[in-house]
Write a protein that binds this ligand. Structure first.
Ligand code: ACO
Ligand SMILES: O=CC(=O)O
Ligand code: MG
Length: 518
């Protein structure tokens, strides 16, 4: 590694765990330190800009396609990098936390891609963070007992978002940005191995809000590749469109990342979460029960159509939404879950997506069949340019046609899902099954901001929520005697009932409960 001497060192503020020394080597920590030194001031500025943009939108500023980048959108001459090995055919992608058991099952699930998710599927307890890196090291180093290459999915790593800190590492007296920890450690240990295997290193970038955040990632890739002597343009990154502001900058995000760009993904949970976080104060953005906001809602369809059109114009893959349905409810329920996933994936394939995402191995063949029917032997359908699509800002924001108050059952479900997910997360589990559906951090974020919105618009009264809170906490305590009910209640009160909506629940819960827990 060619690096200038660092003025500071990255310090580890946690007791050494089993095999942690394989990941937290002095060279790897220096590599992370170099990234932090180069990019932390910009990250902090961009987080402040998120805040300023939120205030502007809350005070009525219009959201539209940016005027200053009209030339980028109008220029037909640029494309993202060509599809990289292992990412040309991505008709089925499976996501999951980077633990060993998941890794083995995901890699051999028949999916083309495994997204190892440190963001939504991982509660970032220190042992999960370092353990996740060890899983990746073993996966890439073929130490999981799998037969190499044939039939094994391509690894894509999803680092935590820009908003999170990693408190177990310190640089210059401050916590290290979690995104740079997850990215940096993986890149340092695994990038060369992935290049030798001909498949990587590849990333999925969570919760981006605008082109500047994509530019920051691109600059991180450029520096990281340079430091390790890896040719510029080796990395590939996919960006799920998980925020309403990113939906207005799809072209710009691809443009910023173009030398490393691999595609965009359609969002649902985080996308709804972002819509409410951004426009929750407006009655025309009042959303009903989450279960009633299906992918056919006009504003979600507009986003999906625009995504396919944008990607294919620029030579990038369009990846469909993650299906939260998982089996386990008995034959009839499982059949219904597969049927719903089939419908969703068939629609996406017809709409021009090149592949889609599932949360469970049982849904891999369902997704594959749906895309096989449209793609046949072709790896993708990038040639389907969707010139028929013309999406206006009004259509992206046309929530009114889907809006409405919640049902009593919807309110109870939102309370229960939030509480039960908080319980799992505080225990170190980032993805669980709740009511037959996969629940991750984005699910809980959506549930808690919906409650906040319903209370704010008085379509649900505080007494009802207080009563449901007491009922559901009692049920939680009875089912899970280990659950720290008082902590969960307090977290719920701070993140769903407060006057001012906190942007995320995770930084609060992390700082109070996960730091120095393991
Ligand atoms: C961009 C984004 O939105 S990222 C999305 C973030 N969310 C996720 O990634 C969640 C993905 N899903 C999961 O983590 C899991 O499916 C869960 C936690 C919801 C459920 O897992 P389980 O309770 O283990 O489910 P279940 O008992 O049905 O699993 C059966 C087997 O399938 C495996 N399995 C289940 N889900 C997955 C998965 N996503 N990847 C790999 N293997 C899986 C289990 O490990 C288990 O394996 P085993 O028989 O070897 O023990
Ligand atoms: O990953 C998708 C989402 O919206 O969350
Ligand atoms: Mg998400």
């Amino acid at each position: 590694m060619t690096t200038t001497a660092l003025a500071q060192q990255v310090r580890v503020l946690a007791a050494p765990g089993h095999r942690h020394d394989e990941i937290l080597t002095p060279a790897a920590l220096d590599f992370v330190g170099t990234l932090v030194e180069a990019f932390e001031p910009r990250r902090r500025d961009l987080l402040k800009e998120r805040h300023r943009q939120a205030l502007r939108l809350a005070s009525g500023a219009p959201l539209g396609f940016p005027m200053v980048t009209a030339a980028v959108r109008a220029d037909p001459g640029w494309r993202v990098a060509p599809p990289a090995p292992g990412l040309a055919d991505r008709r089925v992608e499976i996501t999951g936390p980077p633990d060993r058991r998941t890794a083995v099952d995901a890699l051999t699930s028949g999916a083309q891609v495994w997204t190892a998710d440190f963001e939504d599927a991982t509660a970032p307890r220190w042992d999960n963070v370092v353990g996740g890196q060890l899983t990746l090291l073993d996966a890439v180093g073929q130490r999981l007992g799998l037969t190499p290459s044939e039939g094994v999915a391509t690894v894509v790593v999803r680092p935590r978002g820009w908003h999170l800190d990693e408190e177990h590492l310190e640089f210059g007296g401050r916590p290290v940005p979690a995104a740079l920890v997850d990215f940096g450690l993986y890149f340092f240990h695994c990038a060369r191995r992935q290049i030798d295997a001909g498949r990587g290193p590849y990333f999925c970038l969570p919760k981006l809000e605008n082109r500047y955040e994509a530019r920051l990632w691109n600059d991180v890739f450029v520096l990281a590749q340079g430091l390790l002597g890896i040719p510029r343009g080796t990395v590939r990154a996919t960006v799920p469109v998980e925020t309403i502001t990113a939906a207005f900058e799809m072209e710009e995000i691809l443009y910023e990342l173009r030398e490393h760009g691999a595609g965009l993904g359609a969002g649902r949970s985080d996308y709804l979460f972002s819509l409410i976080r951004t426009f929750g104060h407006r009655t025309d953005f009042l959303l009903p029960d989450r279960a009633r906001v299906t992918p056919t809602a006009p504003f979600l369809r507009a986003c999906a159509d625009l995504l396919v059109r944008t990607c294919h114009r620029r030579g990038a893959h369009a990846v469909g939404r993650l299906s939260a349905r998982v089996p386990g409810g008995g034959p009839a329920a499982d059949e219904a879950a597969s049927g719903a996933v089939r419908l969703e994936k068939e629609r996406e394939a017809e709409d021009g997506f090149d592949g889609s995402r599932v949360a469970h191995p049982a849904m891999v063949p369902v997704c594959r069949d749906a895309f096989d029917r449209v793609l046949g032997d072709r790896p993708h359908q990038l040639d389907r340019t969707r010139d028929d699509v013309e999406v206006t800002p009004t259509e992206l924001l046309s929530v009114r046609r889907t809006s409405g108050p919640p049902t009593p059952d919807g309110v109870r479900t939102a309370v229960a899902v939030t509480l039960r997910y908080y319980a799992a997360w505080l225990r170190g589990e980032g993805a669980v099954v709740l009511d037959g559906l996969m629940a991750d951090a984005a699910t809980a974020e959506t549930a808690r901001v919906q409650l906040w919105q319903w209370l704010r618009h008085r379509v649900v009264d505080r007494e009802t929520v207080t009563r449901l809170l007491a009922d559901e906490l009692a049920a939680l305590g009875a089912t899970y005697p280990w659950a720290p009910v008082d902590d969960i209640r307090a977290l719920f009160e701070r993140t769903a009932l407060a006057q001012e909506l906190p942007r995320f629940f995770t930084p609060d819960a992390y700082a109070r409960h996960l730091v120095r827990q393991a």
